[in-house]
Design a protein around this ligand. Sequence first.
Ligand code: ATP
Length: 548
Amino acid sequence: MQNQNDQSRMDRIVSLAKRRGFIFQSSEIYGGLNGFWDYGPLGVALKRNLKDAWWHDMVAGHDELATLAGAPSPYEMTGLDCTIIMHPQVWKCSGHFDLFHDWMIDCRESKRRYRYDHLHGRWAAHRGKKVFVTTDASGDEAAPETVARAQKFFGLRAKQVDEIEWGGGLESLQQAIAAGSATLADTLGPDATAPGSLTEPREFNLMFETRIGALAGDDEDRAFLRPETAQGIFVNFKNVLDTSRVRVPFGIAQVGKSFRNEITPRNFTFRSREFEQMEIEFFCKPADSAAWYRYWRDRRWKWYLDLGLTAGRLQLREHAADELSHYSVGTADIEYAFPFLAAGEFGELEGIAHRGDFDLRSHMEGKLVRQDGGLVVETGPDGKPRHKGSGKDLSYFDDITRERFVPHVIEPSAGADRATLAFLCDAYHEDEVPDEDGKPRSRTVLKLHPRLAPVKAAILPLVKKDGMPEVAIDLYRALKPHMACQYDEKGSVGRRYARQDEAGTPWCLTVDGQSLADRTVTLRDRDSLVQQRVAIDEVVDLLRDKLS
Ligand code: ATP
């Protein structure tokens, strides 16, 4: 069961995110659009800092001459920025056109649609009448929701709830039907008043469709918004090889929007319909691929820890053999214990997959399927490839060893929005600090890593007179070219500290009477609350050092 405190903590995080301008619902003035989110002034800075940290640590700041800890050898990194709409054949060969779907189920009575694997239920009986009561609620809301639904279904008063006999705990509807312990005819849908209103589950492709050009109409114009950024990298593999001097092993990175028409977007930005991914396709020799897979899994895990995610809320989960995609030799997920999940549950932040040569071969030969332990081109009834590949040679020739091979791929695929949400949740703290008179005051503080914090420093004149604003403005102008900082003279200094704590600003610089006499300011640390006096002329170097 989910911890009550965790759910209310999540509610407070969502409310802070809105109140302080981190995240808004898209098109809110028109009632919002389910599964779409906008980033406000603080949120855009937080998410940009996260993407910049990723790009810097993985690509721009990468030292290709060194052998990094755990890496089998030195390697190169480069980048790409591909279009969101690509040739429709890309998605046919990648497998998304045929296979990228979820199972959905409709309710004929309420006209609502659910993801089959999100429905849970349990048997309830009262005076000889039995029904399998379901809910689409998650976490700690699910069990009480089934009680309320059963009470209503049997027409009971609150004090009669104990008369309901329960046949076990909550289980997945999908599994109960597969095991034969429930049928759709016995099932009371999450918003239905009578059992038997749920339809048989159906496949639903998650790709958003669009049409290209003014003569939109026939099937030739049909196109898709990319559901992942990865395919743009595979189809440009040869372009990158031919135009840059990269040699295997090397990685190509891309950050950009992806779109998935999720059946039930939920849990704030965790499952959105439009989101950003940060993906690397790393190309290596087949014989070295298992070692590179382990390197990337461990490297990506460490990245989240280095940026401050609490180790106890993070989990690295290797997929079991039966969970692996048909092309994968190994996959690990980096998962975070988001507060909206039940205790002991984790949500995926990033997947690191060993994809073998599946992707490059698919774009050469056509859509592949697994057969007798290998990959073969899938054929249609006419014996021809079901989805024809490009026919281009995407193999690699190593001019030192004189070998030609199709590189294997390791793919660390992260979500920028999920990571932003994880860092926001992890940073959220409530504690007590002394106010100006030394009395305890409760505060909300975002203990974000300084690299991620939207504002690095706030410059505050103690009072709006006696020459203090002038000194503070000079300091603000000296610091601004080096880092995001804010000047704030409005309200008591305590209120200004509180505002900055809620925004996650790691340092506050206060100009007071002494500053005018000796050109020093107080530097307040957000987390330790320690205040030290530093020379104004040393502030820029000091904070730059702390940031790096
Ligand atoms: P899930 O099982 O949670 O739907 P997935 O396994 O389909 O995720 P991938 O296809 O591996 O996800 O995508 C890589 C990353 O992209 C995920 O780890 C996640 O961070 C992000 N991502 C995927 N789908 C969404 C979404 N609907 N909203 C926000 N981020 C997403």
